[in-house]
Design a protein around this ligand. Structure first.
Ligand SMILES: Cc1ncc(COP(=O)(O)O)c(C=O)c1O
Length: 390
């Protein structure tokens, strides 16, 4: 018997990655399959960013870099957070990581001792509980309710706090529900932090640049009263179509950044210099980002309207991110059974709500997909739902 680490051995495989792999396989076997399972923009990384990478590699900028990020990238992130998010983080508090996922791990690992509790809001991105477990912590889900439009209340948060609670993780715009954080909820979070001075808030804002008309982004790091305990995490994967580049960042105080850097130094050394140079350019790709956002918005409008026109299918209009969180009323079927039915009868691949910790019979479909695929998915789902009633 091999003596594996208990926490690592106990981890569940990432359900979203399992679904993506399954969907790719199904599509290779049957081209009629529409894959809406992925969490990945279908757009190319903007040309300017790719050009910068080629330029840097051609110039031989291929060695180790020193520190928690290149000075120009850290400075550019500070400027972005100040101008776009109203946050006041210093450059010494910026840690550039190989992807947002690792940033979350680094933040959780830096604070959690064995047995400490980390709260997170459900439905939740699939990796939070596993990252908490891999850090020796105990995941504490706070289940928000579908019928209440996944509203956060102070009372609910209070019900889950114990003297072992170290951190709360939030994610807005939300994967999978598409909800943006409201001002009332942000104020409740501020109150919650003020009541619990030992608690950290990790704010995952990877979809922050993908917000639809009429919605504003609220970064908890902009609340001066609690800013020193808000770690803001963001990345380039979603907003600039850079999933494969693996670059993200954390913004925090210099004191916390220095502790994170201890683990960083001994695990990843640095993020590739040429990638960091390209990421610096990415922060200036305002027009390209806006063009992608507009395209997502058109797809959202078309797809969600089409879904709601089908009997037994309900989807609230997402305020941000690129997911439709869709409830199917099929008697006797939970989200996994619904997903299997939609796959078999409509040849459309989604991710069952149960992967996000809920039992709401919801399925997540990504609309970061070509318009013609979304139109085909609607036709096929409609036909499958008509058959269900017979
Ligand atoms: C809510 C959320 N946070 C973090 C990530 C991680 O993104 P990345 O590691 O590609 O930066 C994802 C990716 O799916 C996500 O959906």
């Amino acid at each position: 018997m091999l003596g594996f680490n208990r926490e690592i051995l106990g981890l569940q495989p990432s359900r979203s990655m399992t679904f993506m792999a399954k969907a790719k396989q199904l599509r290779a076997q049957d081209p009629e399959v529409v894959d809406l399972s992925g969490g990945e923009p279908d757009f190319d990384t903007p040309q300017k960013i790719r050009d910068e990478l080629y330029r840097q590699v051609a110039a031989g900028y291929t060695h180790y870099t020193v520190g928690a990020g290149l000075p120009e990238l850290r400075e550019r992130i500070v400027k972005k957070l100040k101008e776009e998010n109203g946050c006041d983080y210093p450059a010494e508090g910026i840690v550039v990581t190989p992807g947002g996922k690792f940033a979350i791990y680094l933040a959780v690992r830096t604070f959690v001792d064995a047995g400490d509790e980390v709260m997170y809001l459900e439905p939740a991105w699939v990796s939070y509980p596993s990252i908490i477990e891999a850090s020796g912590g105990r995941p504490v889900p706070v289940r928000l309710s579908h019928s209440d439009n996944y509203r956060i209340t102070l009372e609910q948060l209070e019900q889950h706090v114990t003297d072992r609670t170290k951190m709360l993780i939030i994610n807005y715009p939300n994967n999978p529900t598409g909800r943006a954080l409201s001002r009332v909820e942000a104020d409740a979070l501020e109150q919650f932090l003020l009541r619990h001075p030992g608690l950290m808030l990790l704010s995952d804002e990877v979809y922050e640049r993908i917000l639809y008309t009429g919605n504003e982004n609220i970064s908890m790091g902009s609340y001066a009263s609690v800013a020193s305990r808000v770690i803001t995490m963001n990345g380039f994967s979603k907003s600039v179509a850079m999933t494969g580049w693996r670059v993200g960042y954390l913004a925090t105080t210099p004191e916390i950044g220095a502790v994170m850097y201890k683990l960083f130094q001994h695990t990843i050394t640095c993020v590739s210099g040429f990638i960091q140079k390209a990421a610096t350019v990415a922060l200036d790709c305002t027009e390209e980002i806006e063009e992608m956002r507009r395209r997502y918005e058109r797809r959202r409008d078309m797809f969600v309207e089409g879904l709601n026109a089908i009997d037994g299918v309900h989807c609230a209009l997402p305020q941000g991110a690129f997911y439709a969180w869709v409830r199917f009323d099929i008697p006797g079927m939970g989200s996994e059974a619904v997903c299997d039915y939609i796959l078999k009868e409509a040849k459309v691949v989604g991710v069952p709500g149960v992967a996000y910790g809920t039992d709401d019979s919801c399925v997540r479909f990504s609309f970061a997909t070509a318009e013609e695929d979304l139109e085909r998915a609607l036709i096929q789902i409609r036909a499958a739902m008509e058959r269900v009633k017979k």
